[in-house]
Design a binder for this molecule. Structure first.
Ligand code: BV8
Length: 250
């Protein structure tokens, strides 16, 4: 672990020369877009009990309470825009530098920023899924009531991964490929607490990748990673970009 103050131009050189750069992002990358994080002083879990809102049991017990919370978050997120961190990652993908984003976020801001190869491993807050027949549809505005399936009249739920639920198997296959192929991984704005995402940087390291963390504070995996850049994603990423003159070799 390189705990001495890290030189951004050194890290930028690693990024610039990467053959398969991948980014893992968490709620911290959207903080400067005013999307609340989950943990930390003003985190969502400070005021809400995760077991009453983000589990299948909670939905079975009180679907309207769960939908009230998700509709409130949809309304909040609908007013948020990508920040310079999202936009820099989208630029690096367009430049042929960044190969994929693995995001834990459900806010959809990476796609709105223009990123194409985005694996939303915890789902997307705008997509709803029928609890009976599995029919999926995308909301264009915050839900005002519990959506009912147009096909079978079943209750629809947010198409996100709740605690105790497995991640989508196909998505995980693609993610596995990324983790075992990447030579440089950026880990941006995650508390590295929730599994299996928290283990992704360690898997990448096991397969020989150099892993660079960008966070406003150390996390449980900081010690194991190669570089830790202390700072806000919305400031660090555009600054790194100023050192990068990536020319796409192909
Ligand atoms: C699973 C989606 C297999 C919906 C979320 C007991 C029973 C069952 C399961 C478990 C169990 N014990 C452990 C588990 C596994 C469990 C887990 O990991 N629990 C933890 C809490 C211990 N995981 C699961 O259940 C997963 N599924 O394991 O399936 C299985 C199946 C059955 C039974 C057993 C196992 C599913 C996990 C997905 C849960 N869904 N949300 C929604 O969003 O509503 S989790 C939620 O937390 C978010 O999705 C988010 O992705 C995730 C992690 O949060 P972060 O993104 O890291 O955000 P956080 O606020 O925590 O941190 C923000 C960071 O940003 C901080 O570090 C901060 O310093 C930094 N920051 C702030 N500002 C900035 C910044 N950084 C840079 N710049 C800034 N400006």
């Amino acid at each position: 672990m390189n705990m001495k103050p890290v030189r951004l131009d050194d890290v930028a050189q690693l990024i610039n020369d990467a053959k398969h750069l991948v980014a893992l992002t968490g709620a911290g990358i959207s903080k400067e877009s005013n999307v609340p994080t989950f943990r930390g002083p003003d985190g969502l879990w400070r005021n809400y009990d995760v077991t009453k809102l983000a589990t299948p049991q909670a939905f079975a017990e009180n679907p309207s309470l769960v939908w009230e919370w998700y509709s409130w978050r949809q309304d909040l997120i609908s007013k948020c825009k990508p920040n310079p961190a999202h936009l820099t990652l989208a630029k690096w993908e367009q430049d042929g530098l960044l190969k994929s984003i693995i995001t834990q976020n459900v806010d959809g801001l990476h796609r709105i920023a223009g990123s194409k190869r985005v694996f939303e491993i915890h789902g997307n807050i705008w997509i709803t899924k029928c609890t009976d027949c599995g029919f999926k549809t995308e909301l264009s505005e915050p839900a005002t009531h519990i959506p009912i399936c147009p096909d079978c009249n079943g209750l629809m739920r947010p198409d996100v991964v709740w605690f105790g639920e497995s991640l989508d198997i196909l998505t995980m296959r693609y993610v596995e490929d990324e983790l075992t192929t990447t030579d440089v991984m950026l880990v941006i704005g995650t508390s590295a607490v929730v599994q299996p995402a928290a283990s992704f940087p360690l898997i990448a390291k096991d397969y020989g990748a150099t892993v660079i963390e960008v966070n406003i504070e150390p996390t449980p995996i900081t010690q194991i990673l190669d570089y830790h850049i202390l700072g806000k994603a919305g400031e660090v990423l555009p600054t790194l970009d100023t050192f990068i003159d990536h020319q796409d070799p192909d």
